[in-house]
Each structure stands twice: as C-alpha cells, then as structure tokens.
Design a protein around this ligand. Structure first.
Ligand code: ZN
Length: 240
C-alpha cells in the first residue's frame, strides 16, 4: 500500500471518528434539556386547550409530567410511556393524537443515585434544597420503590368558558394510597423561572402495576431509590 493511500485512509478514519463523536455529543446535550409546552401562568389562568399532540412532542423526552386537553387528568411519562390519570382514578394510555396544553419532559439520565428510607416528603424536599449542587438549573427527580403513604389528586375535564386552576382544584378528587410500590416522577424548578413555571418541587406518582397515580400532595417514603438528573437547558413551545 502506498504511503499516500495510507495517509488518505488515516484522514478518513479521523473524520469518521470525529463526526461520530460530534453527533454523540450533540445527542447527549439534547438529553439535558427540559422541554416545556406552555407556561404555568397560562395554564393556571385557564389555558386548558391543547395545542400540540403527544405524537408531535414525544421525541423531546421519556420522563415527564403534565396534563391533557381540557385539563382532563394528570399526566405521567415514564420510560417513554404516557399515562393519563383521570379524575375517577382510572389510568389510560392516551393516543398519539391527544392534544396537550402543558407538559414538562426530558430524557432521564441519572447523575446521582441515593437510597431513601423512612422519610416524609417534606423532610426529603428540605434535604434536597440544601444539597442541590447548583441553585439555578432544573432537576428531574425519580424516586422508585415503596411508599408508606401517598396522597394524590386528579382534576376533572373542563368545559369552556374555563375557570382558573384555583376554582378547578376545589373539585379535585383525592386518592390516598398506603404501602404502595411505584415511581414518583417530578421536577424541581429554580427561582429564576419566574412565571414560566412554579419554583420548587412538582411531583406526580404512578404505581408499579400502573393502576394508581396522580399529582402528589403528600408522600412518605418507606424504602426507595432516588435519582437526580441535572438539567441546565430549557426549551419551550409557547402557547399559540
Ligand atoms: Zn401536577
């Protein structure tokens, strides 16, 4: 083989390896983005009409929370599967053409993993608040295991003209679960998000057998594993 040919092959290999590295890096960067449809201010004021479908947004992540067209229940996205907890407590897998008015979605990749035992939710939140490595980024939070208690809720489908969320929540359905296995799916938002989202924690729950769930109001961990995914980037589809 001639020396020139070897050099050309060498350059080609370097180019291919470099391109593969570049593509991999781009993909990894995308995974640390929180994708959001609408703002919490818009949703809370009655922006319940969906304007993007699950099919249109599901490539933005495999882990998230949100709600459905006309505020028809609580959404959990876990391992890429969408779950809809209706106000009567039943859980559906919504179709790709379901419209959504609000979602927070990311690709979940744990940056750290901690065992959690016998801890109530507010103590867990306090300890997280004191240990987050950066105060100005988002954190996706996954807690998998056994919960001694979960108090959750869902909301009924609304009809136009819409009332604001404070009025709607007066008609929420409360569910209480004792000694239940499942996953808390949620986020912590930094103070800097302003009216785009609510600073602090927002958790939803889905049971291991996918028969119980909702927006979490209170929880106590029995024996579980908590994972955090540091999420420094934010991308939003604004309301139309
Ligand atoms: Zn919620």
């Amino acid at each position: 083989m001639s020396r020139t040919l070897l050099i050309v092959i060498g350059i080609l290999i370097a180019l291919i390896v470099g391109m593969a590295f570049y593509i991999t890096t781009m993909f990894q960067e995308d995974q640390d983005t929180l994708y959001q449809v609408s703002t919490i201010q818009n949703l809370s004021a009655g922006g319940y009409d969906g304007y993007l479908t699950i099919g249109e947004i599901k490539k933005q992540g495999d882990f998230g929370i949100g709600t459905f067209n006309r505020l028809d229940g609580e959404m959990i996205v876990l391992n890429g599967t969408f779950y809809q907890v209706k106000s009567n407590g039943t859980i559906y897998n919504p179709p790709d053409n379901e419209q959504i008015p609000f979602i927070m979605l990311t690709y979940f990749e744990a940056d750290n993993t901690t065992p959690v035992k016998q801890l109530n939710g507010s103590d867990l939140e306090n300890s997280l608040n004191n240990t987050f490595p950066q105060p100005n980024i988002f954190y996706a939070i996954k807690i998998v295991g056994n919960f001694t208690y979960i108090k959750a809720r869902s909301v009924p489908e609304q009809s136009s003209p819409y009332q604001n969320i404070t009025e709607v929540i007066k008609n929420q359905t409360i569910f209480e679960f004792n000694d239940i296995n499942g996953t808390i799916v949620g986020f912590w938002c930094p103070d800097t998000v302003g009216g785009l989202n609510n600073p602090g924690f927002h958790f939803h729950f889905i049971s291991q057998n996918k028969t119980d769930g909702g927006h979490v109001l209170e929880f106590n961990v029995g024996n579980a594993t908590m994972q955090l995914d540091y999420t420094p980037k934010f991308y939003m589809d604004i309301p139309t």
